[in-house]
Design a protein around this ligand. Sequence first.
Ligand SMILES: [Zn+2]
Length: 423
Amino acid sequence: MHGTADLAAARRALVSYLKETESEQVALLQRFLRSPSANPPGDTRPAAAMLGGFLEAAGCPAETHAARPDLPNLVAAFDGARPGGHLVFNGHIDVFPPNDEHGWSGELRDGRLYGRGAADMKAGTMASSFAFAALHRLRDALPGRVTLTAVSDEQTGGRWGTKWLFETMGDAIRGDVLLNGEPSGINNIRFMEKGTLRFTVTVRTPGGHGGYPHLSPSAIKIAAEIVRALDSLHGFAPPLPEAVAKALGDPAAVAAHDAGLGQGASTWVRQMTFNAGVIRGGRKVNQLPDLCELECDIRYPWGLTREAVAANVARILSAFPGASWEVHENHSYPPSLAPPDDPMVRILADVVEKDLGAPRPVPCSSLGGSDSRYWRYAGVPAYLYGPSPVSMGRADENVTVAEFLHITKAHALAAFDWLASRG
Ligand SMILES: [Zn+2]
């Protein structure tokens, strides 16, 4: 018989355990940072083996589900003592390529851990994994089920990672709610992400001598006009659902967006952006270029569909004969949204405020993408809560020890309280 008293005792035990094991948690993250997992090129086996070894030693071993042998995904799960809700943790093992060999140093200096992936997102993945193992110790008191998914392909589009897990074992990993420790900043909980439409525009003309413009148009001049024409999409803002508009318009959310993502971010989360990131064309200064390629990236907010965005691109390009375009399917996906007023948002905010004594985090939007979208596409509320994103991808990428320990506690206690509320 497990009553409220048992749960309260288990929660106290969890709080003590998370406190007692702080140095162990830091040592684990340091080992994780020292285990290479750059993607590209994509061989995450050293880091996956380290994480798998930790889970095995903790008594909750993971299964390996690999679409590619060099990109293993780890899935571990356990059932509590009685039926309840199913909480899923998700994090990625792969990281950007390091700038140099110092990227795998895992150096601890002045209260910070350094290394490629410290922010994005080995700290978050280790926090979720430690939280998973800590909850596993209390499984006799807990209702429900907990699953951990640690994937090896997020940085290059995810087709061998979370997307593949959903295709091959979606029922096992979908669950009822998702927590992910992608870098968000500890003052906000990310509940929505923009969609992406990425494409290449190719302009072809006969070309010729630069002094004979009457014989051929210039592919580069046409491409320049196309950039200006597509830029008319930049800044478009569709109407948002009322609950989302309310969450994003809250003064605390406006301040959190601008503080965490840069001044002005609070308006860009609701607007479409157009970026021409690469332009290639021309061979010689006195030649009329016969070919110009543009690589473009549109980020569009909730409220727009890919079909609507693509129709606008097609309409604009139809004015330019000689221009064709091709979508990069692996990097194009719709926006995703979880309710900003879901019980998990309140539970997580309560833990941060009441247990950890930090300012109450507010629901925010992301400007980039994460694997949490696959859960949102499946109708499962999915939230990001992780460390500061400021240093991600930089040569001095780092996470403060204090934030890493904060994230571990927030994930473990929020998961515990959510499971208890569903038991
Ligand atoms: Zn990431």
